[in-house]
Design a protein around this ligand. Structure first.
Ligand SMILES: [Fe+2]
Length: 237
């Protein structure tokens, strides 16, 4: 599972489940972007998606809500799936820990930019932050090369990820080089979104990324898809 928290200063988002086949990566429809991508060296070109992303995503709002708001659509009621005890407690607990981690990073970034330490966290206060567990059916879509999330950037301020059980996330450095992400045990990954690009006038640019099956998962997943056999660990981390 690939868990990320989208922290928004202000962006419209859904809550509840978005099934596979709905989200369309910008690289599929943006002609300008496609032209730019063809100019990258072969080894840094993103995979070409054949259609909408075959991933599932669930969105859960975390953190305090404003008492009054002009943006009711950003503050819609949560969707709690049936049959999961302690859903709210679990999601809120993980979500608030992720927010704390990202607030610390946002304060450090503000200090680094020579701004008051609450320059970014002040804007995040009562924001419609989203905890967004994301998963993919490797039984149906486990073929190496399958694009789970086509090349894109995030629209929010910062995205923080727990460590995924499977590899496949690649990011692009500022110089256009593609790098496969490996998150060490006990670490989180933070990506910059479009809002921090605007807030810093481009000093930080929104990080481009994609998720593609890079691992022959169909050969050694057991029935419940819940763990990877020991001899294949090295492939993953
Ligand atoms: Fe993303």
């Amino acid at each position: 599972m690939h868990i990320c928290l989208h922290l928004n200063v202000n962006a419209q988002n859904l809550v509840g489940v978005t099934p596979e086949g709905i989200e369309v990566p910008c690289s599929l429809i943006d002609g300008e972007m496609q032209k730019k991508l063809r100019s990258l060296p072969k080894e840094s070109q993103p995979s070409t998606p054949s259609g909408p992303d075959p991933k599932w995503r669930y969105m859960w709002r975390v953190g305090p809500r404003p008492s009054t708001t002009q943006f009711q659509e950003l503050n819609s009621e949560p969707v709690i799936p049936e049959g999961f005890l302690e859903w709210k407690e679990t999601m809120d607990s993980w979500g608030s820990k992720m927010i704390s981690a990202i607030e610390a990073v946002a304060e450090m970034a503000a200090i680094g930019f020579g701004l008051p330490k609450d320059a970014f966290t002040g804007l995040m206060k009562n924001g419609p932050h989203l905890l967004a567990p994301t998963w993919s059916n490797l039984e149906r879509h486990g073929k190496v090369g399958t694009v789970f999330a086509g090349y894109h950037y995030d629209l929010n301020f910062l995205t923080i990820h727990g460590r995924s059980r499977f590899p496949g996330l690649s990011i692009w450095l500022r110089n256009g080089k593609k790098v496969e992400v490996k998150v060490p045990v006990g670490c989180l990954l933070i990506q910059t979104g479009k809002q921090i690009e605007w807030l810093t006038a481009g000093d930080c640019i929104a990080g481009m990324h994609e998720v593609v099956v890079t691992y022959q998962s169909e050969y050694f997943l057991d029935k419940n898809k819940d763990y990877v056999v020991a001899e294949h660990q090295a492939l993953l981390y």
